[in-house]
Write a protein that binds this ligand. Structure first.
Ligand SMILES: C[S@@+](CC[C@H](N)C(=O)[O-])C[C@H]1O[C@@H](n2cnc3c(N)ncnc32)[C@H](O)[C@@H]1O
Length: 278
């Protein structure tokens, strides 16, 4: 084993499983120190300068505190693009890419007006804007820090999503209409915290994650009610959902007067998306 690889292993053993340590090692070698992948797999040794050795120890100290590697690197991949991420934004998840894929597939031919509620890094809105070039995409978030990251990504990735500071829970519609509304809002109940990993609980923004136990559908209900005013007739609403509430979500949309509500499973077979027509 490389001396550096051994050093990483010793620093992280007992905190992470071996497979995850191997993943971090590969990222550190190839993405941080730009070591050639082939050389890495061939077992060639890696020589670090004094500065690089110091940088490695800083990274290991952060990993020892359970900080997600994406925040340490400052970026992550989503939908074939590199998004800046900071602890002010949720790290985009693969399930969310499935939501983006579905919306692109179902709206490919139209110059839709799309509203994304809860921008975070901007991953949904920016991926839609990039892949539906005729669409006009807007996105809201209540967090100034998240909006700063989303706007930076918007500029860096060369799209023109309009990001605005809006508290959706207090929003009163004023007549603006959209063809598509999408949201991946906070949806984890406090009761579910016990099952969550420390790297999420200690590092990702609570504002992006949690809803009160007594009202887990708080954001969905408010956004679906807004949709009644803000969607054009036949307009579409798409939500990423808590797997525990698929049926409740479909029932909620039908009770509000939406039609054709469908629950869609993610690649792991869990209820993950609900969509309906206005
Ligand atoms: C689950 S994260 C989703 C982020 C991003 N869309 C994604 O899929 O990775 C939810 C986002 O909703 C935002 N949010 C929380 N409360 C809000 C509110 N009252 N109004 C608008 N946005 C809110 C959070 O700041 C967070 O960025």
């Amino acid at each position: 084993m490389h001396a550096v690889e051994l050093h990483i292993k010793q620093a992280l053993t007992g905190i992470y499983p071996e497979s995850e340590i191997k993943g971090f090692t590969k990222i550190i070698f190839t993405e941080v120190f730009h070591f050639n992948m082939l050389d890495y797999y061939m077992g060639k040794d890696i020589n670090l300068s004094a500065n690089e050795a110091e940088q490695l120890d800083e990274i290991l100290a952060r990993l020892q505190k359970n900080e997600p590697i994406q925040y340490i690197l400052g970026y992550t991949e989503f939908y074939g693009m590199t998004f800046c991420v900071t602890p002010a934004v949720l790290i985009p998840r693969p399930e969310t890419a499935e939501l983006v894929s579905l919306i692109i597939k179902e709206n490919v031919d139209c110059s839709a007006k799309i509203l994304d509620i809860g921008a975070g890094s901007g991953c949904i809105a920016i991926s839609l804007a990039k892949n539906l070039p005729q669409a006009k995409v807007s996105s809201w978030d209540v967090s100034d820090e998240a909006l700063k990251v989303a706007r930076e990504n918007n500029e860096k990735l060369g799209v023109s999503v309009t990001f605005s500071k809006v508290d959706v829970l207090g929003y009163k519609p004023f007549g603006e209409k959209f063809n598509v509304i999408v949201s991946n809002p906070p949806y984890i109940t406090n009761a579910e915290k016990a099952d969550m990993e420390n790297n999420v609980l200690d590092w990702e923004p609570s504002l992006a994650l949690f809803v009160p136990d007594e009202d887990p559908l708080l954001f969905y209900r408010k956004i679906a009610e807004l949709g009644l005013d803000m969607l054009t007739p036949g307009g579409k609403i798409y939500f990423e959902i808590n797997q525990a509430f698929g049926k409740e979500m479909a029932d909620l949309l039908l009770s509000l007067g939406y039609c054709d509500a469908k629950i869609i499973k993610d690649l792991s077979g869990r209820d993950r998306i609900v969509k309906a027509l206005r």
